[in-house]
Design a protein around this ligand. Structure first.
Ligand code: T5A
Length: 217
């Protein structure tokens, strides 16, 4: 399906994904690449409506499998409407959260069986999988503090500390299982240093794939 490059950003709450995705999009565009910046959940009009249900604090009673199915529905719509067409057109697609969030949050965090989540994810994506994933690692309490300083907590941010610890451990397990795809970035540094670490990871990949010339190194 894909001929572009699919890069995802992952990490626990407040790890800095949105900040880094914006900086990265600017850098990639500056290198002359055709970049699409998007996110999950909530891209597009239908995704936005699903996101509102998922994150509203008053929906505390949402059952784990309902949550997983809503996220899968959001992903199916996102793949069909945005990701697959952009990749087919050869774009570099930067996505703020994707399937690893699903396994970390709904699998390790909520305790849903990973094999069921894999099947649900496969149905939603048709097998679309990131080429490179940047995992921003920050202790969950620090990320939650950053997120809290920004505004009122959403339904996920209100979860107990144990939930956030489990999903962070889940991300580490996912990264261990797929070290070639998932690049671990220390997100405890200032934003410029995190961005420099991300670029250092990506540049050799861009050169290897013939997307930019070795001269930029
Ligand atoms: N979800 C999502 C699932 O459960 N399963 C799934 O399959 C998917 C796809 C999405 C929620 O949905 C869940 C996960 C999430 O709970 P969201 O609002 O999109 O909700 O939440 P996040 O993706 O977590 O986004 P956040 O905005 O909370 O965090 P970010 O994007 O990691 O962090 P960012 O860049 O917004 O920064 C947070 C604050 O920290 C500051 C920023 O200025 C900002 O104020 N900051 C820094 N401060 C100090 N040093 C740095 N290096 C900093 N970088 C940023």
């Amino acid at each position: 399906m894909a001929k572009g490059l699919f890069i995802t950003l992952e990490g626990a709450e407040g790890a800095g994904k949105t900040t880094q995705a914006g900086l990265l999009a600017d850098w990639l565009a500056g290198l002359g690449l055709d970049v699409l910046l998007t996110r999950e959940p909530g891209a597009g009009s239908i995704g936005g409506q699903i996101r509102a249900v998922l994150l509203a604090p008053e929906n505390a009673a949402l059952a784990p499998m309902t949550e997983a199915m809503l996220l899968a529905a959001d992903r199916a719509q996102h793949v069909a409407e945005t990701l697959a067409p952009a990749l087919a057109a050869g774009k570099v697609v930067l996505c703020d959260r994707f399937a690893d969030s699903f396994f970390a949050y709904q699998g390790y965090g909520r305790g849903l069986p990973l094999d069921r989540l894999r099947a649900l994810n496969e149905a939603a994506t048709g097998g679309l999988w990131p080429d490179i994933t940047l995992l921003l690692e920050l202790p969950p309490d620090e990320g939650l503090k950053r997120a809290a300083a920004r505004g009122a907590a959403d339904r996920m941010e209100r979860e107990r500390p144990e939930f956030h610890q489990r999903l962070a451990a889940g991300y580490a397990a996912l990264a261990q299982a797929e070290p070639q795809r998932i690049r671990r970035i220390d997100a405890g540094q200032d934003a410029a240093a995190v961005q420099a670490a991300i670029r250092a990871e990506l540049l050799p990949e861009l050169i290897r794939r013939g997307l930019v010339a070795d001269a930029v190194r």
